[in-house]
Design a protein around this ligand. Structure first.
Ligand SMILES: *[C@@H]1O[C@H](CO)[C@@H](O)[C@H](O)[C@H]1NC(C)=O
Ligand SMILES: *[C@@H]1O[C@H](CO)[C@@H](O)[C@H](O)[C@H]1NC(C)=O
Ligand SMILES: *[C@@H]1O[C@H](CO)[C@@H](O)[C@H](O)[C@H]1NC(C)=O
Ligand SMILES: *[C@@H]1O[C@H](CO)[C@@H](O)[C@H](O)[C@H]1NC(C)=O
Ligand SMILES: *[C@@H]1O[C@H](CO)[C@@H](O)[C@H](O)[C@H]1NC(C)=O
Ligand SMILES: *[C@@H]1O[C@H](CO)[C@@H](O)[C@H](O)[C@H]1NC(C)=O
Ligand SMILES: *[C@@H]1O[C@H](CO)[C@@H](O)[C@H](O)[C@H]1NC(C)=O
Ligand SMILES: *[C@@H]1O[C@H](CO)[C@@H](O)[C@H](O)[C@H]1NC(C)=O
Ligand SMILES: *[C@@H]1O[C@H](CO)[C@@H](O)[C@H](O)[C@H]1NC(C)=O
Ligand SMILES: *[C@@H]1O[C@H](CO)[C@@H](O)[C@H](O)[C@H]1NC(C)=O
Ligand SMILES: *[C@@H]1O[C@H](CO)[C@@H](O)[C@H](O)[C@H]1NC(C)=O
Ligand SMILES: *[C@@H]1O[C@H](CO)[C@@H](O)[C@H](O)[C@H]1NC(C)=O
Length: 787
């Protein structure tokens, strides 16, 4: 026992120094083996499978190879294993023909609708499976959204970890219910694209990737939080990220992989590298990496850090074969759990998975390929596109439209695309294309190949025809912003719809938070002639809106990235077929400079550095990102987190807070770790109840939100004033009331204690704030769990 006390003391000493100096990542070895918790039968199958493989076959199973998919694990015909096919990405089976392009994660988050997010996951899963893809490379919870400039924020959900955690678990449940493995990504601290990978300096020095330097409390309460939901939801796989974390690469960081993920969260599946994020063999394996993708070392198609090196390292005694067995078990357990030995062939064709190079891109016909997997998914895509549209302003109920005699449609985001239907393209800077055409999704590996696109203009024309509305339009932003550019418009429309867009793509960060293509001048030009101007944004992330208070701008809709049914989704909202119920999953500040606390780490000096370690991104704001920042510093904002209007009005009353158990200890019980961590963290300790009522004239949905105000912790980073800990989308008929329950788990009530290395419920009063946004608090009370 004395020995145990000694080790506990040493551990807490180490933890304390870690909390203060986050520029190093402590070693955590050995890599904990999976025991297949929750997947017992599949684990037994995987164990038996492994016992039948040669070392070379095991090495092949953990190493990507060329083939028809974005990621390929070759088959082992001797044992009847046909291999594993992995495909991008988070909103569609990216390269596939005859597949749907769903709403982006950002739109899903803005809906705050668990049911629709689950359905999106389920239907995406059906499409991946129908095309023979065993693994879908998504969903995204990293980036979380530390900065609005992040080029990939839109692929994920929200800078709020609670909302993102809920969206991730619903997506994982849906996709895996369809029989497809999810790969929750990118783990962890992948908050910027700039210098996400190492590169060469002018003098050919290797300049390492940016290091996200995150303190221990912040990593637990912000960045790891949604990964915990995903592990608990049973994600098969986790993709480690390009960046370094506290000085050590994401795919060979033993603290984040062996420590946080496989020990603390009890993750039982496999860690796959982001493509070419592996920089070592044995070191990465021992740090917790289980699968190397795409396999070869960049530029050396016949060499891999894994593959032959794994075999050699076992043979020369550098690597323990039991670790390789664990890697294969981690890979094969979810495969057997989802019955993937019986699986549809790739696009109806039966290629041997390691037989093709270059990879099959779904761009030509193979056998009975071009399997149409879209089914009736268009309807739910349309529904989610509308549900994720947020009404931000609606002066004098200008919306919904009431059979206007004439509508004007303005802006290059309204009409059809002219650069093709595949949005995988390069960065905005590299590709000045996309000037013309609406933005249904943004770019990079998180995009999709559209099989069709309903544009706003065509949907407005079709809907306008029902009322004999005259629909006029100018889609050329250059013309709109020139003196006299609107002179062809006659008569002045009763309502002017201005469509704006903001592009972003993997590989680069945004340089402005204003919508692209001279957007402010476009709005002001139209508003100068039209006193009923409605602005709609399609945006890969948040936008600042310098034109928002123009009195002629009577309504604003943040329509995010709705997917292939874009035009139908926006028309449903404009005409009131759908009562808007989306809420902002981020904060819109008054000025772009208000966000400066979370700038992307970048400068000319860094771009020109010869110091390999120059790229350091210190997350000094700690827990204070997005609304937590604005609330903590009492800063005014334009539209706050959680905000969104409706065509009806709602009220909340009867706040009731009840514990579900008595004698609550501040510390979680010692319990065997399961996927998601200590199971007692997920135990519901309190329930908050409210009554919500539709006080207006039309049916509509709203999202009552529960925020908790936890006390400050001495000697720690600042605790945010308010954190989201509950929400529910509720549909109500006029006059209807409903009681809504919000369960609060032990995790919801706790902070991460860096000294104890555990979650602890703080002593003192915990405030409960309930309302319709982070700043529209209608009911408040507090309760004491621990004196
Ligand atoms: C090993 O592979 C052989 C050949 O496919 C097969 O007959 C046998 O059942 C396998 N054994 C295990 C334990 O999987
Ligand atoms: C850097 O390396 C490349 C090839 O790897 C070579 O072409 C180039 O001359 C080198 N530049 C310097 C400054 O050494
Ligand atoms: C093993 O890894 C090294 C890089 O560390 C690489 O140069 C070599 O080609 C690899 N060997 C094999 C067989 O892939
Ligand atoms: C064993 O093999 C690994 C992988 O090829 C290599 O990195 C390592 O240097 C080798 N060690 C010895 C002692 O030969
Ligand atoms: C809104 O309605 C009020 C009261 O009827 C009126 O004074 C105001 O001019 C209206 N605003 C606009 C922009 O139409
Ligand atoms: C942007 O709008 C301004 C008018 O406010 C105009 O002078 C300028 O030419 C426009 N820029 C472009 C690139 O169209
Ligand atoms: C857009 O308008 C500008 C200004 O009138 C013009 O120079 C340009 O050619 C137009 N673009 C297209 C694609 O018509
Ligand atoms: C608003 O529209 C009217 C035309 O109805 C125009 O006279 C006025 O200048 C516009 N105001 C702004 C700020 O553009
Ligand atoms: C808006 O402009 C229309 C003409 O386009 C005019 O009839 C109406 O009075 C204006 N409304 C306001 C509030 O200025
Ligand atoms: C990063 O900095 C370089 C040099 O200052 C600049 O050219 C580039 O636009 C910056 N990138 C972003 C995303 O800010
Ligand atoms: C980041 O933090 C370290 C201390 O951990 C400090 O030495 C370094 O100067 C900081 N870098 C920047 C860019 O602030
Ligand atoms: C509030 O929640 C508690 C715990 O679930 C439940 O017992 C109670 O009936 C609820 N109260 C109302 C008014 O629904």
């Amino acid at each position: 026992m004395a020995g145990l006390t000694f080790w506990t003391a040493l551990l807490s000493l180490t933890a304390r120094s870690v909390a203060q100096d986050y520029s190093t990542s402590p070693p955590v070895y050995p890599s904990p083996p999976t025991v297949g918790i929750n997947w017992e039968a599949a684990f037994a199958q995987a164990s038996s499978f492994v016992s039948n493989l040669t070392l070379e076959e095991k090495a092949q199973l953990v190493t990507g190879t060329t083939g028809p998919c974005v990621g390929n694990i070759g088959g082992v015909p001797r044992v009847g294993f046909e291999g594993i096919c992995m495909q991008d990405g988070p909103l569609a089976i990216r390269q596939a023909t005859y597949a749907s392009v769903f709403s982006a994660g950002l739109t899903a988050a803005a809906s705050w609708d668990r049911g629709l997010i689950y359905l999106r996951g389920l239907q995406m899963g059906e499409e991946f499976k129908g095309k023979g893809s065993h693994v879908a490379l998504g969903p995204v919870v990293g980036p979380l959204g530390r900065s609005g400039y992040g080029g990939r924020g839109w692929e994920g959900f929200s800078p709020d970890p609670y909302l993102t955690g809920v969206a991730a678990e619903q997506t994982i449940w849906g996709m895996q219910q369809a029989g497809v493995q999810t790969s929750l990504k990118h783990y962890i601290g992948n908050e910027q694209e700039t210098q996400r990978n190492p590169d060469k300096s002018a003098n050919n020095n290797t300049i390492e990737a940016v290091s996200s330097n995150v303190d221990d409390r912040t990593i637990h309460e912000l960045y790891l939080w949604p990964f915990a939901n995903g592990v608990r939801a049973g994600t098969s796989s986790i993709m480690c990220s390009y960046n370094r974390i506290n000085g050590s690469y994401g795919c060979q960081n033993s603290k984040t992989l062996n420590g946080l993920l496989k020990t603390e969260l009890g993750f039982q599946g496999y860690v796959v590298s982001d493509w070419a994020a592996t920089h070592a063999g044995v070191d990465a394996v021992n740090a917790g990496l289980d699968m190397n993708m795409p396999g070869p070392i960049s530029g050396f198609p016949n060499a891999s850090f894994f593959g032959g090196n794994v075999t050699q390292a076992v043979n020369n005694g550098t690597l323990n074969e039991s670790r390789v067995d664990d890697m294969v078990r981690r890979i094969m357990t979810p495969y057997f759990w989802l019955n993937q030995a019986e699986y549809p062939p790739i696009d109806g064709y039966e290629p041997t998975l390691n037989s093709r190079y270059p990879p099959y891109q779904y761009s030509f016909t193979l056998g009975s390929s071009n399997v149409d997997v879209r089914a009736d998914h268009a309807q739910s895509i349309r529904d989610l596109g509308a549900a994720g549209t947020v009404l931000l302003k609606n002066t004098n109920n200008t919306l919904p439209l009431k059979a206007p005699s004439t509508i004007g449609v303005f802006g290059n985001d309204a009409g059809d695309v002219v650069d093709g239907l595949y949005f995988s393209g390069a960065s905005f800077q590299q590709r000045q294309g996309y000037e013309y055409g609406t933005l249904p999704v943004a770019g990079g590996s998180g995009a999709g190949r559209l099989s069709y696109l309903v544009t706003p203009l065509e949907a407005i024309k079709a809907r306008g025809a029902q009322d004999n509305t005259l629909v006029q339009y100018i889609l050329n932003n250059t013309l709109i912003t020139q003196p006299g550019g609107l002179r062809t418009i006659a008569p002045v429309p009763e309502v002017c719809l201005v469509f704006l867009k903001s592009w972003a793509s993997e590989g680069s960060d945004r340089v402005s938070l204003e919508a692209n293509w001279n957007s402010t001048a476009v709005v002001n030009s139209v508003a100068a002639i039209c006193n009923n101007t409605i602005v709609i944004t399609h945006s890969a992330g948040l936008n600042v809106m310098p034109w928002a208070n123009n009195p002629n701008v009577t309504a604003i809709l943040a329509a995010h990235l709705p997917g292939q049914e874009s035009g139908n989704s926006i028309v449903d909202v404009l005409y009131g077929t759908v009562n808007p119920s989306g809420k902002l999953p981020y904060t819109i500040a008054l000025n772009e400079s208000d966000y400066s606390f979370a700038d992307i780490t970048n400068s000319t000096e860094l771009q020109e550095t010869e110091d390999p370690n120059a790229w350091q991104s210190n997350f000094t704001e700690a827990l204070l990102i997005d609304y937590r920042h604005f609330d903590y510093y009492n800063q005014s904002v334009l539209f706050e987190f959680g905000f969104g209007l409706s065509y009806t009005t709602f009220d909340v009353s009867n706040l009731d807070i009840e514990p579900t158990v008595s004698g609550i200890s501040p510390y979680p019980d010692a319990a065997p770790t399961v996927p998601g961590g200590n199971p007692t963290l997920w135990q519901v300790l309190y329930v908050v109840n409210i009554t919500v009522k539709n006080t207006g004239d039309v049916a509509g949905a709203t999202v009552p939100q529960v925020y908790l105000a936890l006390p400050q912790i001495a000697g720690s980073v600042p605790t945010p004033k308010n954190v989201l800990r509950g929400f529910e989308k509720v549909l109500l008929q006029p006059g209807q009331s409903l009681t809504v329950n919000f369960p609060l788990t032990r995790r919801d009530l706790s902070y991460w204690d860096v000294n104890l290395q555990d979650w602890v419920i703080p002593s003192g009063a915990i405030g409960v704030n309930v309302g319709f946004s982070s700043r529209d608090i209608r009911l408040a009370n507090d309760f004491v769990v621990v004196q």
